[in-house]
Design a protein around this ligand. Sequence first.
Ligand code: NOJ
Ligand code: NOJ
Length: 494
Amino acid sequence: MLLKPLVALNMLAGAVVASPDSTLHAKKARLEAYIQNEKTVALQGVLNNFGPNGSLCRGAAPGVAIAGNSETNPPYIYTWTRDTALTVMSLIGEFLEGNSSLEQLIQQYITASAKMQTVTNPSGSLSDGAGLGEPKYNINITAFNDPWGRPQRDGPALRASALIAYGNHLLAQGQQAKALDNVWPVVSNDLAYVGEYWNGTGFDLWEEVNGSSFFTTAAQYKALVEGESFATALGKPCDACTVAPEILCHLQDYWNGTAVISNYPTNGRSGVDINSVITSITIFDPAATCDDATFQPCSARALANHKVLIDGFRSTYGVNKGREPGEAAAVGRYTEDIFMGGNPWYLATLASAEQLYDALYQWDRQGSLSVTELSLPFFRDLVANVKTGVYPKSTRGYKTITDAVRSYADGFISVVREYTPTHGGLSEEYHRDTGVQVSAPDLTWSYASFLTAIARRNGSVPPSWSSSVALTFPQKCNPTTVKGAYATATPSPW
Ligand code: NOJ
Ligand code: NOJ
């Protein structure tokens, strides 16, 4: 199997003059050194933004994170349910890998979440659950009352998943009572919210489009599937969890045969959006096969979509000039974005790498890789003469393809490296033409996404959420919902 002509030429030249080969080595060494250093910066960056002790937390309550280090333009001294849940999931990963110093913060987050659920806000209150869809709060856990794109229905689902991840750890440690008293009551409210409101419209993760969002639907499905197992382990019922198959059915609606259309309505956009890749990494199940139905990172759908999405940014940003298909590029939210001038985002570029590391893990675990008609264009950018077929792990073809995917993934980290200033701080965005940092400095979610991408690169993955056992869904979707029961959760001191 031949590599892409350009690469093959380089290798040929390398045999004659030493420089391209040593350049490659130097490039690799630079990347490894960057990653080593940036890991420390990123973890500290997350911790700095959490109350009560973080150096940038502005007095945030214990377990509450600011979105980023920016008072105005954008005003990020607030706490978002989504950002914090995704960040805590990343911290739980670090904790499960052995960083036990993070446990107190995880527990403080759970206690803060219980309190936040009781705050009556412009989305509603806890009595009928509607208040749980509120996207952001003041950092002292009071309501943010100004106009906003609300509700955002991904928040409760993501928070449930974060809490379940820690709850499952407690169960594995034999701490059943703690899981039952401190974790389950909070989770139960969030699952009830998902079961009752999943079919209602709401704003997407970018807080712009009111309708249905792929990311939200997927996060809801995952929460209910793992909620069911968690409830069962605790001997509790989960009535809400029964609608999971209906949500999975609805998830299929976002696939148009070529790519994921992330929002309905599309509001005049193409609908091709990093929403889709962030979804894939969020519902990544290390034990899954390459299921199209759940858009697993290694699925043909998710890979085909990855190419369509990344290619869109090549001609959009000045910094991507010369970055041809198959070469990593700077990635933003969606090409039509105008927020802060419409720039690449660190968390978007990192997610683009992370999906590929996840896929590599899944292929390795299942012992083979398939190239299908649908995923062929993705693979062909990396290995020019690749053919459709199954490549068992023992074959040269498998090695050629997976090596190429890995260096493609590493390329996205190299792009992030190129636009990281020497202090290592990660803002929200970097400028589309100059690469200079734009928007909020020290974005909590940017740091968290660095940590997860690098964890996956190192083969560290979350526990399975049993996506494959829950794959059946009805032929015709029904918008069934379940009326929820909500109660104030009062975790006892940890
Ligand atoms: C528009 C942005 O695109 C969105 O992400 C942001 O949260 C809101 N404005 C509020 O600043
Ligand atoms: C704007 C982003 O679009 C949204 O996803 C995020 O929750 C907020 N900023 C806060 O970081």
